[in-house]
Design a protein around this ligand. Structure first.
Ligand SMILES: Cc1ncc(COP(=O)(O)O)c(C=O)c1O
Length: 365
């Protein structure tokens, strides 16, 4: 096994090259690149790059005719909108990829332009909860592989992108291995294929924890219809843009003085109102001599709150209906774990800036 790098922009390529990585170990895996970024890749001899449209082929022909092109095909995500607990958290296929039906035509165009297409890429969607999706797309890759052979290309690279999650990684890896054996076993045996995976969130999600404080509160008032609202020091426009995507944000641990409250399972919302269904671990983090210190809060000990970011924008809502321990106050702390998947990555690393050094971000008073 070998380690390489998937870069999505000029800045990322420059960052990785500055670490003395060989250009051969980089895939510029963004199918829609700015022409100047393709020229930059050309000057640095970063040859492997993905494409999924004819305009991109013309750009590559103009700016880097020796590039080693990789065709990105479209994944078929079971859409989260149909079932919020299935499929991918992020449907990248909305933005990228050619259909199988179109693959022959685009490969013929590449051939006409005299471009070197060396393989295939796909991405099953980030945070993919259905591991069968890998199987399906490895099967499809094999079909396009044959189409490429008919067009006159002998592929050598299969890049299966990312999507891997912590909680189903073993299952996903097993599905991938079985499908690869079934579909590409002959080539793997002969050493005629480079299989690439680009795990992103699997590596980066646990690297970031956000600790943010409660800065303001609004109590519920029946007479005016006002709801109980908590305002925290961080929000959608800073570190918690995970709130944009259903299923991405995990329930925050609440730290109140010496006590810590951590939801046991998924994000408890006020709509899950069964008395026995919601459990929160309450831990006394102040007294070392107390044994265990964990108790369970039930529905009656919890209150409904909406959680808001600090900006004056009404879009800046973090959780619409959360069940939190009763008596949240200004000065309490919320701890959001595993924010390094798309969240901080999208904000800080992608395109425009350098890698940030810290693993723990603290915002608050
Ligand atoms: C081409 C490509 N590869 C890999 C990744 C990483 O995906 P994930 O974080 O789901 O593993 C992404 C994420 O956007 C991507 O666009």
């Amino acid at each position: 096994m070998k380690i390489g790098f998937d870069c999505a922009s000029h800045t990322e390529v420059a960052e990785i090259l500055s670490l003395s990585v060989s250009p051969n170990d980089i895939i510029y895996a963004n199918p829609c690149k700015a022409p100047s970024h393709i020229r930059y890749a050309s000057t640095k001899n970063v040859k492997k790059m993905t494409f999924d449209n004819i305009t991109e082929l013309y750009k590559i022909k103009a700016h880097f005719p020796d590039a080693e092109c990789i065709l990105r095909f479209k994944a078929h995500d079971p859409t989260p909108s149909k079932n919020p607990s299935e499929g991918a958290l992020y449907e990248l296929s909305k933005k990228y990829g050619v259909t199988i039906d179109y693959s022959r035509e685009i490969l013929l165009q590449a051939k006409k332009l005299g471009l070197n297409v060396i393989g295939l890429a796909f991405h099953v969607g980030s945070g993919q909860r259905n591991v069968r999706t890998y199987t399906r797309h490895i099967e499809e890759a094999r079909r396009i592989w044959e189409i490429a052979r008919e067009v006159g290309y002998t592929f050598t690279v299969l890049d299966m992108g990312g999507g891997f999650m912590y909680n189903n990684f073993e299952e996903a890896a097993s599905a991938v291995n079985t499908a690869l054996d079934n579909e590409f076993g002959d080539m793997i045996e002969q050493g005629g294929i480079d299989i690439v995976a680009e795990p992103g969130r699997y590596v980066s999600a646990p690297a970031f924890t956000l600790v943010t404080s409660v800065i303001a509160m609004r109590e519920e008032r029946e007479e005016t219809g006002e709801k109980r609202m908590v305002y925290i020091a961080d929000g959608l426009y800073s570190n918690i843009n995970a709130a944009f995507w259903p299923g991405e944000l995990t329930y925050p641990t609440v730290v109140k003085g010496k006590r810590t409250y951590t939801a046991k399972s998924t994000l408890p919302t006020s709509s899950a109102s069964s008395d026995s269904g919601i459990e929160v671990e309450e831990e006394d983090n102040g007294s070392m001599d107390q044994e265990g210190g964990i108790s369970t809060l039930m529905r009656g000990d919890l209150q409904e709150y909406s959680i808001w970011g600090p900006t004056c924008d009404c879009m800046d809502i973090v959780i619409e209906d959360a069940l939190l321990p009763k008596g949240i106050e200004v000065g309490d702390w919320f701890v959001f774990k595993d924010l390094g998947g798309k969240i901080l990555i999208s904000l800080f690393l992608y395109f425009d800036s350098k890698v940030i050094g810290g693993m723990l971000t603290i915002t608050g008073q």
